[in-house]
Design a protein around this ligand. Structure first.
Ligand SMILES: Nc1ncnc2c1ncn2[C@@H]1O[C@H](COP(=O)(O)OP(=O)(O)O)[C@@H](O)[C@H]1O
Ligand SMILES: [Mg+2]
Length: 99
């Protein structure tokens, strides 16, 4: 659900801010993490300037950090944007408390 919300917000940002020609979403399952990437070829922005901007990226980061995950925002004016959200992959057996 956290990954879904993050991708939803990232795509809403592409629609709202990016003026992109293309956008791509990738979901990658690694051994111990799941990573969702959303990238676009739009106008980009300076990530440090966006801290006080909207609540979207801030809320996204809070939800992901609560799961011991991580967000990376790579962007620069004119360079498009790539947002990468990583959360730990917890095996179902461990989640249910089995040994
Ligand atoms: N894909 C993107 N392309 C260009 N700018 C972006 C993108 N995503 C975020 N931004 C910039 O980062 C700011 C903060 O985003 P966010 O926290 O979601 O707030 P909001 O969408 O409510 O403005 C946006 O206002 C915008 O300037
Ligand atoms: Mg937003």
């Amino acid at each position: 659900m956290t990954l879904f919300r993050a991708v939803q917000e990232a795509l809403a940002n592409v629609a709202r801010h990016a003026t992109a020609g293309k956008t791509g979403v990738t979901l990658s399952y690694m051994e111990d993490v799941v990573v969702a990437d959303v990238r676009d070829d739009g106008v980009g922005f300076t990530p440090s300037d966006a801290c006080g901007g909207g609540f979207g990226l801030t809320a996204m980061r809070q939800r992901v950090v609560r799961l011991a995950g991580n967000i990376e925002v790579e962007s620069a004016p004119g360079q498009g944007t790539a947002i990468s959200v990583t959360v730990p992959a917890i095996p179902i057996a461990a989640e249910q408390g089995a040994t």
